[in-house]
Design a protein around this ligand. Sequence first.
Ligand code: ADP
Ligand code: MG
Ligand code: ZN
Length: 602
Amino acid sequence: MKNILKNFLIFFLILAIVSTILGFFSSRNDSTEEVSIAKVVQQVKDEQVKSITVNGNELLVTLDDDTQEKSKKELNQSLTDLLQNYEVPAEKIAAVDIVIGEDSDSNMFLTTILPFLIPGLFIIGLIWFMMRQVQGVNNRAMTFGQSGAKLADDKRKKVSFKDVAGAYEAKEDLTEIVEFLKHPQKFIAMGARIPKGVLLLGAPGTGKTLLARAVSGEAKVPFFHISGSEFVEMFVGVGASRVRDLFKKAKKASPCIIFVDEIDAVGRQRGAGLGGSHDEREQTLNQILVEMDGFDNQTNVIVLAATNRPDVLDPALLRPGRFDRQVVIDMPDIKDRLAILKIHAQKKPLEKDVDLQIVAQRTPGFSGADLANLLNEAAILAARENKKTIDNKTVLDSIERVLLGRERKSHILSDKEKKITAYHEAGHALVAHLLPNADPVHKVSIISRGRAAGYTINLPKEDKKMQGYSDFIDNMAVLLGGYAAEKTFFGEITTGASNDLQKVTNIARRMATQYGMNEKLGPRTFGKKEEMVFLGKEIHEQKDYSEKTAETIDEQMSIYVKNALDTATKTIADNKDKMEKIVAELIEKETIEKATFEKLLA
Ligand code: ADP
Ligand code: MG
Ligand code: ZN
């Protein structure tokens, strides 16, 4: 609407300018005197006139003394007729040189046709502009159906398998895909059916997108990148047509890769019917399946898709002939973390004393993206402190920064708060140190970080893929160590323990309801999770057990928590001297590192 108005104004302005110019031209010879027709007739009778030029209804009279004057006659009457009507003798008329002006036609045009033409033009112009507007809207509406898939441009540095650290199995599996893209004939000759779809499964940040790019880089084929959520945009009904458009483009560029990132956005189980965009997703998903089924052996297009939620995917996606290859990308273990850190350290000026091995040790549970972020944080920190290089302390600091948030040195605790925090953290650390299955202490601190007043970092000895009953029990005791210490030494509890309590409750619930670790409840799970389809959030847990069982679950959870608290309290009560040692050191130094801590308790 705004645009129409704007164009309208522009048109109007042009019109105004044109008419001003026209007006200027039509009144150009104002310098000559304007006289009445009667005077001209008289002058002719008096034989003073040399010539008369006729321009439409305008007369330009040149007298014998070469002065000029202007006059007007009626439009449709010839000058000769006019003079005869005024009874000018024929020989006197003949004596006057009558010239019919060349532009009498255009003058006629100006005076007679233009008045009609201008409004006409104006209306035509208006219609034209409006049509253009409407068409513009139409054009935009048409592009909604287009895929918007981005073809990775060649200028960007090609990613290869060398840029992806770790993930050996995944790379091995994908090497095969690279082969398919490079030498399809080899496989077709064997009568083999080249897989059409490969699903990359892995936690967020494990490098799925990176690997997909690497495949296209290795095979040197075009790479169409689209995110599942882009299929499901504002307008209903475009998802399917986008899919069609994307596959059409890809087939033209074959051999190539289509990469559908976050496919769970469209590939969730159909018929799970929650949420408005549900039909739309279903159609989009169907279209993807139809397109993939439509590939013949000559179309060398491989669809890579990534998700971190394989559990919610529609089984139809996974059947043979569709995404039948599944490549799992694991969280990196210590060896892989070191390799990832090395890749990302390449372009950063690290000092010689930075030991990436230690960084890798201290970052269990970090994904590739977390590690890249860690080194980036270190670089930012170093730059902010105007350093030329990144030193060891900065790198180690950024681990905690990524884990727990920034250190808040300005957040000063009162002496009493400091004392309580010291006992609380010492409680965690002591229990962690003494219980056989708890993760060992790496660092204890009473400097606030993020929202915590103090913190204790305890890391598993090695990367664990599985946890057993005793691990949970001991770690629950560690979590309650702070609570137990506050209660033992001060007789009351502060709000500082609330986060610990949440974690403990969570572990207790999972032990009872998910892992089948409770004797009384037996080896089954309790509660079925339903998800909000379009937000991917759990909205409620469907209760698939009776009220009576619910009571038992509560009861068993309480027993777990109580046992853990008893263990923590007993450990602290039996080792009050050690507690005092840790507290004294904490209040003096604020932070204790692993080595010092172990020496202190030896
Ligand atoms: P995902 O798609 O699995 O969520 P990405 O592929 O987007 O994760 O990874 C994010 C970033 O993390 C990458 O751009 C890269 O810098 C880094 N990264 C992740 N995994 C690795 C890896 N194995 N090797 C090197 N860098 C990695
Ligand atoms: Mg990704
Ligand atoms: Zn705590």
